[in-house]
Design a protein around this ligand. Structure first.
Ligand code: PRP
Length: 188
C-alpha cells in the first residue's frame, strides 16, 4: 500500500484494503443505479454523520443516475448495555419534499441496529416515497433489534474497527482503509 499515516502504527491489521473498498463501492453503486433508474422519483443519499461521510463521498461519485445528498446527525444512548437505547436527532432534514424522494440512508456500520431501524420508521412516517438502507460494514453479532440492510458491503466480526470514516475518540477517520485497532490503544 502506497499510503502511509502517522496513525498506521496503531493498527493491528488491515481488515478492508483501499482496493477492496473500491470494488465494494463500485458494486453497491451499480446496484443502486439498477434499482432506482426507472423509479420516477428523485434519489436522495442521506448521510448519517459523522462516520458515513467517506463512504458517502465514494458512493455518490460512482452512482451514474442523478442523485441528491443530505445529512442527518443522531446520537444513541445506552449503546452497548441496554436494549431500550433512545435515538436523539441532533440535526434533522429541513425539507418538505419527502414524498418526492427515494431515500437511501448511508451508514458506515450497523451495530445494535437501533439507529437505522429508528431512522427508517422516522422517514417513512415523514412521508418519504421509499426508504432503503446501505452500510459499508455490518456486525450482525451485535444486534439488539432485528434489522437487515438493503445494501451491505461486508459482514465483519465484533472487532474494534477504525478508518474510512470510523473513529476512536474522533481519530482515525481519515485512514483510507478499515483496520483493527491495537487493544493497547483503547485500554491504556
Ligand atoms: C455509529 C454508526 C451508526 C451507529 C450504528 O455512529 O455510524 O450511526 O453508530 O450503531 P447502532 O446500530 O448500534 O445504532 P456513532 O454513534 O459512532 O457516531 P459517528 O458516526 O459520529 O462516529
Amino acid at each position: 500500500m502506497v499510503h502511509s499515516s502517522l496513525l498506521d502504527h496503531d493498527i493491528e491489521r488491515i481488515l478492508v484494503s483501499p482496493e477492496e473498498i473500491d470494488r465494494i463501492t463500485t458494486e453497491i453503486a451499480a446496484q443502486i443505479d439498477d434499482d432506482f433508474r426507472d423509479s420516477g422519483k428523485r434519489l436522495l443519499l442521506l448521510c448519517i454523520l459523522k462516520g458515513s461521510v467517506v463512504f458517502m463521498g465514494d458512493l455518490m461519485k460512482k452512482i451514474s443516475i442523478p442523485v441528491e445528498i443530505d445529512f442527518m446527525k443522531v446520537s444513541s444512548y445506552g449503546k452497548s448495555t441496554s436494549t431500550s437505547g433512545r435515538i436523539n436527532i441532533l440535526l434533522d432534514l429541513q425539507r418538505k419534499d419527502l414524498s418526492e424522494l427515494d431515500i437511501v440512508i448511508v451508514e458506515d456500520i450497523i451495530d445494535s441496529g437501533r439507529t437505522l431501524s429508528y431512522l427508517v420508521e422516522y422517514l417513512k412516517l415523514g412521508g418519504a416515497h421509499s426508504v432503503k438502507t446501505c452500510t459499508m460494514l455490518d456486525k450482525p453479532s451485535r444486534r439488539q433489534v432485528e434489522f437487515y440492510p438493503d445494501y451491505r458491503g461486508l459482514e465483519i466480526p465484533d472487532e474494534f474497527v477504525v478508518g474510512y470514516g470510523l473513529d476512536y475518540a474522533e481519530q482515525y477517520r481519515a485512514l483510507p482503509y478499515i483496520g483493527i485497532l491495537k487493544p493497547e490503544v483503547y485500554t491504556k
